[in-house]
Design a protein around this ligand. Structure first.
Ligand code: HEC
Length: 115
């Protein structure tokens, strides 16, 4: 094979390789936006949900039920209990507490269904 022929083959190989690489990059980039949007959204729900738990629930639990103080770390594990007390039995927030607004119920349920 002459040098010229070799260079021609090498050029073709590089072009083929680049085309494969580019299509892999494209496939990756067309997948990731939906994934990151979703996790970003979940995170948002969680932050808002935590604010509600902290303002409307922890305020009372600190005095009356100190074993059930919600944190960003433990809230996911306790979601099923929260769901039961708030949505199913409607026991929480207790009468002496401030009721949840419609928006706050919505935020809590968005967080729970996205877990
Ligand atoms: C005014 C006080 C008060 C407020 C406000 C309040 N709680 Fe409670 N919560 C209590 C007390 C007292 C208990 C323990 C006795 C009981 O279960 O009734 C309790 C228990 C719980 C339990 C455990 C129940 C069980 O048996 O597993 C959960 C879960 C809970 N609360 C969630 C919430 C959530 C979520 C909110 C806010 C939306 C909230 N609470 C607001 C007083 C309150």
């Amino acid at each position: 094979m002459t040098v010229k022929e070799f260079l021609k083959k090498a050029r073709i190989a590089i072009i083929v390789w680049l085309a494969i690489w580019a299509s892999i990059q494209f496939a990756k980039s067309s997948q990731s936006p939906s994934y990151s949007t979703r996790s970003f959204q979940n995170n948002d729900f969680k932050k808002e949900a935590f604010n509600i738990l902290n303002n409307k629930c922890n305020s009372c639990h600190r005095k009356q039920n100190p074993f059930m103080i919600f944190t960003e770390k433990n809230m996911d594990k306790r979601a099923h209990k929260i769901k039961k007390q708030v949505f199913e039995l409607k026991r929480m927030p207790k009468e002496e507490g401030t009721p949840l607004t419609q928006d706050e119920y919505q935020t809590l349920s968005n967080w729970i269904v996205n877990l």
